[in-house]
Each structure stands twice: as C-alpha cells, then as structure tokens.
Design a protein around this ligand. Sequence first.
Ligand code: SF4
Length: 152
Amino acid sequence: MKPNIIEGCPSCSSIGELAGKSEEKKDYRLAHWPIQIKLMGTVIPFLDNADLLVAADCTAFTVQDFHERFLKDRKLLIGCPKLDNAQLYVEKFTEIFSNIPIKSVTCLRMEVPCCSGMTAVLKEAIKLSGKDIPLDETIIGVKGNVLSEMGV
Ligand code: SF4
C-alpha cells in the first residue's frame, strides 16, 4: 500500500497539532486533528513516539469525564469496529505501526460484544507490524463506569 498522510475530507486541511488548545478551557485536551481512523492515511506525523488512544466511538458519549480521564498526554484516533470495515482497520493500523514509532496503544471500548473487535483489530495489527508495542484495554460499561483496565 502506498503511504499517504491524509485521505478525503475537507476538514483535514487543518491536520496536525492544535495550537493553544488549552488556553480557554483547561480541561480540553484534544491535541490534533483529524481523529477518525477512516480519514487517516498511513503516515501520521503527530503519532511519532506517542501514547496512542484508540477509542470506540460510543465511549466518548458514555464516559462523563472522557477528556480529563483519557486524553491527557495521549493522541487520539476513533472509530467503530462494527459499522466500519474491521479488516481495513487491521490493514491501516498495520501500516501505521510499521511506519511510525509508537510508544504505547490503549484501546478504549464498550462492554458490548460488538466493540471487542477494536481490541482484536489492534492486537492483530501490532502482530502483523512486527513491532513490540504495549497494548492495554479499558472496557467501559454502558453506564459510563470503567469495568476493567488491563494489558492484553
Ligand atoms: S462497536 Fe458497538 S459499542 Fe462499539 S463503537 Fe461501534 S456501535 Fe458503539
């Protein structure tokens, strides 16, 4: 697959680090744009040496303090392993992990079975990339509580 930095969304013209992000709202911790996995290419400069949080879409609307709890000092990518094409996710993350040194990956997903696919995608992509990247999984209950946090 040919490496590329960005794919197909006008909003992505602002790719990269967000300047002055925390001046007005101290709890606003999103450090870059875009964030959708589907929009990303396979070379993502802002992930260089980053702690990456891959969050299933529903988690952001379920956890009340999502920003404060999960975004601090992490770079974020989001998606849905059920409504999107999970095999394409595997291929994209394999390329990303192969192209860029990443310190760690945390998968944040919902407790419902459909969401376990996100962890499986990341595990497979790390394996296929041949990199030794630590992967943690945090499972969120439908009431917004953290059910478990562990390495996988
Ligand atoms: S897999 Fe299910 S729970 Fe997870 S983000 Fe998609 S719709 Fe939400």
